[in-house]
Design a protein around this ligand. Structure first.
Ligand code: FAD
Ligand code: NDP
Length: 650
């Protein structure tokens, strides 16, 4: 049942929308995604080095026997040992498809956790409730210490999951997977990768074969910096938040005493989710802190709480299956589809913004017809839903930040669905402190760097240290190709290249997780699937569905035979048609301020109908995650594995 559309003053709404459009246009850049440089691909060694792994314990890892035998054949190979790879491996084990020993994982990181391995900046917390974000709490018996736990606790949970399912010694770390190629003769995948063993040991090359390959490479894995002119002329230390340099800042992930910033002028570029967490911690130590802002984040109250035994036992974990029920309840609030009388169990800043479903999808609005009138009505309704929320956010800034000019600059002028919300009770008040300086760039970004600092307009800001909080290569790069996200050259039947298939044709999948000509290859992602806001829940849904495909395939070929499961062309086109039919729902994203959600405005600038149609194929399911699950369930109930072909290996 949708929340009724609030009765907002139409003139006010029109004014606000005009302002949103002006602010978005001001920020559009012709270079789109190309305004950024992913660090790993940089020509310059100094920039490239900023993406090196600061955390791997090479001596300890080198002392262990390798978990992967060169030239061996494994049943399951998983690229990525973040939560995506882990929940998939757990699902395989739990559904009886594999023992831990039949699974191998590989990751460029030096340990488990993915995002939570790489990102260790001070102030990092889960941005949604840990009770629904951390997976497998019932199975592991773990109780998160806080409603929004810190980054290291999430990483430790990844390690716990690996231990619990005996996967600790099944993962090869510090390993870049390079190629995966289907071999029609062996009817197996051949995967090649290199283990980097640190400065004192030679790298090791591996070639293995696998029956099934899963690409769980995540989406926010490639840190980037903007191509700021003369960036490399700056002489002082610089680093990216995704590879926080505690040698410069002092402290550690667990002891966030950033004493290295004492007496220093520190600059941070970026004011989105990462920066909102890190800035308050830097401000505690830096002599002067310069916050370079291009677009203000929208900041909602955090309301952190410690988990008490009473809350946990009597309110949260009250019965078997509580976590699944809680996450579904949260999702209904987020997708504007709350059941009559349904309580809001999580009751946080995610669940009070029905307009956020403009990006997640919602079952409450039906399939939106593609006529301009339908779309305009739909987008106007969402702006009406959103206005009270965004007005409250802007009013809070005025209430908290004393200097009216600074408060004005901190106000977000875009609808809530254009960016992931941020949560903090300590970020905004910082701008009342004399040593914290907001350097607003009026949507244009930093002009250039110098030997001594950064320039905005005509003013140079001399600083000692520059920190980049400028995000990650956008998942939409190369139309969201699953191969491009991994950096792996994936070759299917007839030598077809996965990346080229995507770029020439657009997304083409069954249910988002596999594509024709690539047998026994599966991938995580949102295109042609669902986006939930809670990424680990989404990864668990994918794992469950892919495991279902495999178990049905194995059941159908019978014991003792190797199953090959592949998507048919008709299957992927039929599913694509269902997705594309629903794509007009997402029209509100087109007008967003540039960001990684809308490929920095690239998509809206496309006028060629063929190119537009190609992009529409990469849309997500417009009716929200629970509706998508219903769609998958109906597909399963139909019983014929429509769109999949199952054969036994010769
Ligand atoms: P990742 O965790 O990114 O893991 C993928 C792994 O694949 C990486 O370790 C990478 O090294 C490896 N990999 C990629 N390519 C290769 C290759 N070619 N060879 C070898 N290894 C490779 N989501 C939320 O829902 N709530 C949050 O609070 C939240 N906070 C976040 C905070 C930060 C700072 C960031 C960046 C993201 C956050 N996210 C959050 C999103 C988060 O990425 C997901 O929640 C989730 O952890 C993703 O898991 P994953 O396994 O899919 O990907
Ligand atoms: P983002 O891509 O969201 O933000 C990058 C920031 O850099 C933006 O403020 C951007 O401004 C700014 N920027 C880019 N180019 C320039 C420039 N030339 N000059 C000045 N500023 C510039 O990255 P984040 O790392 O903050 O977050 C990425 C995602 O990771 C989040 O959306 C969220 O999903 C997840 N996350 C979750 C967290 C949590 O609390 N658990 C914490 C951190 C991240 P502009 O907006 O104008 O582009």
């Amino acid at each position: 049942m949708p929340v009724p559309i609030p009765n907002v003053d139409p003139d006010k709404l029109a004014d606000v929308r005009k302002r949103y459009a002006e602010e978005a246009n001001k920020r559009l850049r012709p270079e789109g995604l190309a305004q950024f440089q992913p660090l790993k691909d940089a020509n310059d060694e100094r920039l490239r080095a900023l993406s090196d792994d600061p955390w791997a314990d090479h001596d300890a890892l080198n002392a262990k026997p390798s978990p992967i035998d060169n030239n061996a054949t494994y049943k399951f190979f998983v690229l990525g040992a973040g939560f995506g790879g882990l929940v998939y491996a757990v699902r395989l084990i739990e559904s009886g498809l594999a023992t831990a020993n039949e699974i191998r994982l590989a990751d460029a990181a030096g340990g488990f956790g993915g995002t939570w391995y790489w990102n260790r900046y001070p102030g990092l917390h889960c941005d949604l409730e840990s009770y629904i974000y951390l997976p497998l709490l019932e199975e592991t018996g773990y109780v998160p210490t806080q409603k929004y736990v810190a980054g290291y606790e999430i990483r430790e949970h990844a390690e716990r999951v690996a231990r619990h399912w005996k996967l600790t010694n099944k993962a090869l770390f510090r390993t870049d997977v390079k190629t995966a190629e289907w071999n029609d003769q062996t009817e197996l995948w051949t995967v090649k990768f290199t283990e980097k063993r640190g400065p004192s040991a030679a790298p090791r090359d591996y070639v293995i074969r696998a029956q099934y390959v899963y690409l769980a490479a995540g989406v926010l894995t490639r840190p980037q910096v903007p191509k700021i002119p003369e960036l490399l002329s700056f002489k002082g230390p610089t680093f990216h938040t995704a590879r926080w340099d505690y040698k410069v800042s002092g402290g550690s992930q667990k002891d966030q005493s950033l004493t290295g910033f004492r007496g220093k002028k520190v600059a941070i570029i970026g004011t989105a989710a990462t920066a909102i967490g890190a800035i308050p911690e830097i401000a505690k130590y830096a002599e002067e802190l310069y916050v370079f802002q291009r677009t203000p984040a929208y900041v909602k109250p955090r309301n952190q709480r410690t988990t008490t035994p009473a809350d946990w036992n009597n309110v949260i974990a009250t019965k078997k299956g509580w976590q699944a029920e809680r996450v579904a309840n949260w999702n209904r609030h987020l997708t504007n589809s709350v059941r009559p009388g349904e309580r809001n169990l999580v009751a946080d800043g995610w669940t009070d913004q029905p307009a956020y479903s403009a990006i997640l999808g919602s079952p409450s609005h039906g399939v939106i017809g593609a006529s301009p009138e339908n779309i305009e009505k739909h987008v106007t309704n969402f702006h009406a839903y959103d206005l009270p929320n965004m007005e409250t956010i802007r009013a809070n800034i005025e209430r908290i930040v004393k200097d009216p000019d600074t408060a004005e600059k901190l106000k977000p002028w875009y609808p809530s669905w254009c960016k992931r919300p941020t949560f903090s009770d300590i970020y905004l008040p910082l701008f009342n402190e004399p040593h914290v300086h907001l350097i607003d760039t009026n949507g244009q970004g930093v002009n250039r760097a110098t030997e001594k600092g950064l320039v905005v307009g005509d003013t140079e800001y001399p600083v000692d240290i520059i920190i980049f909080s400028t995000g990650f290569q956008a998942p939409a790069a190369r139309l969201g190709s699953p191969a491009a996200r991994t950096g792996v050259k994936v070759t299917g039947r007839k030598g077809i290249d996965l990346d080229e298939k995507w770029v020439s044709k657009g997304a083409a999948t069954l249910h988002g997780y596999a594509t024709s000509e690539f047998p026994n290859l599966f991938f995580s992602g949102t295109a042609q699937a669902t986006i939930t806001g809670n990424n680990i829940w989404m990864l668990s849904l994918i794992a469950e569905h892919v495991a279902y495909w495999i178990s049905e395939a194995e059941r159908r070929v019978g014991p003792g035979k190797r199953a090959i499961v592949e998507v048919t062309k008709e299957g992927e086109e039929a599913h694509t048609a269902e997705v594309v039919k629903r794509a007009p729902f997402f029209a509100a994203i087109a007008g967003c301020t540039p960001g990684y959600f809308n490929a920095y405005g690239e998509a809206a600038a496309i006028t060629d109908p063929a190119e537009k149609a190609k992009r529409a194929r990469g849309s997500t399911w417009s009716e929200g995650a629970l509706s998508f699950l219903d769609y998958l369930q109906k597909w399963r109930d139909e019983g014929s594995l429509k769109g999949l072909k199952v054969t036994a290996a010769k």
